[in-house]
Write a protein that binds this ligand. Structure first.
Ligand code: ADP
Ligand code: MG
Length: 606
């Protein structure tokens, strides 16, 4: 049999390869805009005609190309961005495969006019279906101007498969938006058939988001921020009430590259659990900064899915960051108490209290909690906030005894004219009801308690100062070996919280004392539950050891908190909750507060 294998001519090979990179006009826009970014442009203009089917033109003021580079740039695997294999592991540019220009030139007519910075004259090259048709010196501005005409003119089958102008234009807008959102320092302009579609001045990320999506974003962005060893995360999320049934305003970026990520998407959306309706999506713009060797570098140029080496902990961080951001934001603006005599079943004590000012630390980072609270204990310890507000609260030591009385200078009473009464009442020993300006606030008593204790314990642990202990006759606790070794590991921490535990034999220990601020009737069960809670801590939020202990402790103690509360106790609980850094979610992310608005009540009572 005669030999039948032969090499395809370059033009055909290029056409086939081009199919992978260039699927539609938007692919051309993406590649050329990214090249302009890589060329350090400060201004990029995109002009398209007929949704890019007739023409895509990209003009940049970047570094430009010499005559040789301009010619070389169209060769397959010609790139200035990497030189050796190792470079693949530290890619800082958008492109690196050197395929885009070769691919575009294989399936369209391309004119490039370019002048390198400082060169006296520029170069004009025209290539059509991989054939160089023209190359000459030409006077042109510094920077590069690509004009791509009649995409797929030589592959009619592909041209036929292009969608309507409306759809193709939508794809183009998406591509420009994605790059624009990662490069707010670059000015972008997008024009279609002589109409301005986007005109984005330089600015910061927030301004860029507002400029891209419009005014409705202006008061809708909540900061998200987290720093860990694995990933640095920055960005904004939308307020729950602005969530929409449609998607399109959800963005992840990793190392300044747009990314789709279904798993992390769920991490964000699930953090809004119960704050938004089913099937609606909050806006988000989340930027990951991660060591390039922790992500898959062989990213296909057109693929937007990116793989991370270890996605689970990152999921947890994203989830926790969003949750904490929501916690900080939520309710803060609407905490505007009003007198409401008419609703009161019980009015608070005659002296009354002014609702505390809610201070929110915009830089609060839950993952730094430990470090910060160790150095600025006074600021973080919930009790202190209370000392600042009123001496009167000391009466209710039974509920939350003072842990720190070393700051007498901070104690002030509130002038009586400013007193304002807030009424509280309780339902089923579980919920506390009060009024806020916008309507009725329902507080889950156990969860509120859990949050307060948690913050208190975290602060205590970092301060490493045991609190007043309740003395009781020693109680012996026998544990299975697994629980025993866990108890041993945690013993130091637990003693730091006010326990007094000591080892007694091979698998048991003795409880000599308990923290003063928890209500316990069965200390043995408390320890068992504590260990159980500690072990059951699931993947929702990644916590430090201290936080885990505090979490288990707060859960265990709060579990015993279903009971009738006196008005003073409710008030105390309420103010303590409001003084927490996060007051509307438990440490495990369950909502603590729900507000039923007046409008909602009106609707129900129609
Ligand atoms: P890649 O971006 O993967 O390197 P491309 O085919 O997109 O491959 O581009 C090939 C080369 O052409 C780039 O590496 C760069 O040196 C040069 N180049 C492309 N576009 C521009 C531009 N707008 N300004 C300056 N140089 C450019
Ligand atoms: Mg490129």
């Amino acid at each position: 049999m005669a030999d039948c294998i032969h090499l395809l001519p370059d033009a055909v090979a290029n056409q086939i390869a081009a199919g992978e990179v260039i699927q539609r006009p938007a692919s051309v826009v993406k590649e050329l805009v990214e090249n302009a970014v890589d060329a350090d442009a400060t201004k990029i203009t995109v002009i398209v005609r007929d949704a890019g089917k007739t023409m895509v033109q990209i003009i940049d003021d970047g570094k430009g190309m010499s005559e040789t580079d301009a010619r070389m740039s169209f060769e397959r695997h010609a790139t200035s961005k990497i030189t050796k294999a190792e470079d693949l592991f530290a890619i800082k540019t958008k492109g690196f495969r050197g395929e885009a220009l070769a691919s575009i030139a294989a399936v369209a007519s391309v004119d490039v006019k370019t002048r390198a910075k400082g060169d006296p004259i520029g170069t004009h090259i025209r290539i059509s279906a991989s054939e160089v048709e023209l190359q000459e010196a030409e006077a042109c501005p510094e920077g590069t101007n690509f004009s791509v005409k009649n995409l797929f003119f030589n592959i009619p089958a592909r041209r036929k498969f292009l969608k309507t102008d409306q759809t193709e234009l939508k794809h183009i807008i998406n591509e420009v938006q994605r790059v624009a959102l990662t490069h707010p320092e670059i000015r972008f302009k997008l024009m279609h058939n002589n109409h301005d579609i986007l005109d984005l001045p330089k600015g910061n990320v927030k301004q860029r988001i507002v400029n891209v999506f419009g005014r409705h974003m202006e008061n809708n962005l909540i900061d998200v921020k987290i720093d860990t060893d694995i990933v640095r995360l920055r960005g904004y999320i939308g307020k729950p009430e602005k969530a929409r049934k449609t998607t399109g305003e959800q963005f992840f970026f990793v190392n300044r590259r747009y990314m789709r990520h279904g798993y992390f998407f769920r991490a964000v959306v699930s953090a809004y659990n119960r704050l938004i309706q089913d099937n609606s999506y909050p806006q988000f713009f989340i930027y990951f900064d991660i060591d390039p060797d922790k992500i898959d570098v062989n990213i296909h140029p057109t693929k937007t899915e990116i793989k991370f080496t270890d996605e689970r902990p990152i999921y947890q961080m994203v989830h926790a960051a969003v949750k904490e951001a929501l916690g900080k934001f939520n309710l803060v603006p609407s905490l505007d108490f009003e007198k409401d005599e008419t609703l009161g079943i019980y009015s608070g004590p005659k002296t009354g209290f002014k609702a505390p000012d809610i201070e929110v630390n915009p830089d609060f980072n839950p993952f730094e909690e430990e470090k910060k609270s160790a150095s600025s204990f006074q600021n973080n310890f919930p009790t202190d906030n209370f000392n600042k507000k009123s001496d009167d609260l000391k009466h209710w030591q039974n509920l939350y005894p003072e842990q720190n009385t070393e700051t007498p200078d901070q104690q002030q009473s509130i002038p009586s004219e400013e007193h304002q009464q807030t009424q509280f009442f309780q339902i089923k020993q579980r919920y506390i009801i009060t009024t806020v300006k916008s309507g009725m606030m329902v507080i889950d008593q156990t969860r509120a308690h859990e949050r307060i204790l948690y913050e208190q314990f975290v602060a205590l642990l970092s301060y490493r100062k045991g609190i007043v202990q309740k003395s009781l006759y020693p109680i012996n606790v026998q544990l299975n070996p697994e629980d025993f070794s866990l108890a041993m590991e945690l013993m130091e921490k637990l003693n730091g919280l006010g326990f007094d535990l000591s080892v007694f034999g091979d698998s048991s220990f003795v409880i000599n004392g308990l923290p003063a601020d928890i209500v316990v009737d069965d200390p043995k069960r408390l320890i068992e539950e504590l260990l159980e809670n500690y072990k059951s801590q699931s993947g929702d939020i990644k916590l430090e050891l201290d936080q885990r202990v505090a979490w288990a402790m707060s859960r265990t103690s709060a579990g015993h908190f279903i009971r009738v509360l006196q008005a003073e106790e409710m008030q105390e609980l309420f103010y303590r909750l409001m003084a927490c850094k996060v007051h509307n979610f438990t440490p495990s992310g369950k909502p603590i507060i729900s507000i039923i608005s007046v409008e909602e009540l009106e609707k129900r009572l129609k």
